[in-house]
Design a protein around this ligand. Structure first.
Ligand SMILES: [Zn+2]
Length: 300
């Protein structure tokens, strides 16, 4: 059986490349302005735009705040968060990719699923971060960024393992960890049922990548989507890691998309990206880029 997977360093190189490509789009060609921009998206919830690269979220309770993801690590996020809240901040990663866990080094402790620890440590290494900085921070300076010296002086954060059912209690507001392996093995969503919100990292973007080396087989991702769908009485709004908020009905479209791939009914198109070539299925409002050689878990 032919089964080509991208090597770790190929993926590393290509993710590095995205910053090189993103630079002119996200930095130099945009109107001058600070690195971060925060917009309120729900009661005591802000989306933090990471200069066009990804979404982070800050959720305030009565006694603590939760920072969901740390972006690519090129903005001075810890300082920026202090302009939004005076409460103590807990930090959590939805998964270990460098555009979601890249700024971990600015925080002493970060919670994440243990299945993504290795990835977080790899992308959080100084060499990787300095390489990113040389690319992302090239050109005219942007207010609110870190410097190479900040990265050089930093220490890796301590990782704290979280799992299914764990709860972040912010005082009058609780967010529950829901494991959703697929996009990475350690991907999680955070469910704020009382406020009908779910923070989904890269599990529920309008286009989800399931073709990278560290993605699970597609049938595992389908189970994660079904698990989230089974709880859809507890959320109305999906707050994704990229793009704008989505209605809860979006998950049904994703399930239809993945089912169509698995049962062969989807008309598949080729898909090309900086991270490699894959196959693409579109279904209603959802799209999934996948590896045809990684559809089903091995039967034991
Ligand atoms: Zn990701």
């Amino acid at each position: 059986m032919k089964k080509h997977h991208l090597g770790r360093f190929e993926v590393l190189f290509m993710i590095c490349l995205t910053f090189a490509l993103a630079g002119p789009v996200c930095g130099q060609d945009k109107a001058p302005g600070p690195w971060f921009k925060a917009t309120q998206v729900a009661d005591s919830v802000w989306v933090i735009d990471d200069h066009g690269n990804d979404n982070m979220y800050l959720v305030e309770g009565k006694t603590k705040a939760l920072l969901i993801d740390t972006g690519i690590g090129m903005g001075a996020l810890a300082k920026f968060v202090q302009t939004l809240t005076t409460l103590p901040v807990i930090v959590v990663n939805t998964h270990g990719h460098p555009d979601h866990a890249g700024g971990n080094y600015q925080f002493k402790t970060v919670a994440a699923h243990a299945a993504d620890f290795e990835m977080i440590k790899m992308f959080g290494g100084k060499d990787y971060l300095k390489n990113s900085a040389q690319r992302a921070l090239a050109g005219p300076s942007i207010p609110g960024t870190v410097t190479l010296a900040d990265i050089e002086a930093s220490q890796p954060s301590e990782l704290k393992a979280i799992k299914q059912g764990d709860v972040f209690d912010l005082g009058g507001r609780k967010l529950e960890v829901v494991e959703v392996p697929g996009h990475t093995k350690g991907s999680i969503c955070l469910l704020d049922a009382a406020n009908k919100l779910v923070f989904t990292g890269d599990n529920d973007n309008s286009l989800v990548w399931l073709f990278l080396k560290d993605c699970t087989p597609l049938d595992v991702y389908l189970q994660s989507l079904q698990k989230l769908q089974a709880r859809n009485a507890e959320y109305d709004k999906i707050l994704p890691g990229h793009g704008t908020p989505l209605p809860k009905e979006f998950v049904a479209d994703q399930i239809g998309c993945v089912r169509g791939i698995l049962d062969g009914s989807c008309t598949v198109e080729p898909y090309k990206s900086f991270a490699g070539n894959a196959s693409l299925c579109k279904y209603k409002s959802a799209a999934v880029a996948f590896d045809p050689a990684n559809l089903r878990s091995e039967k034991k």
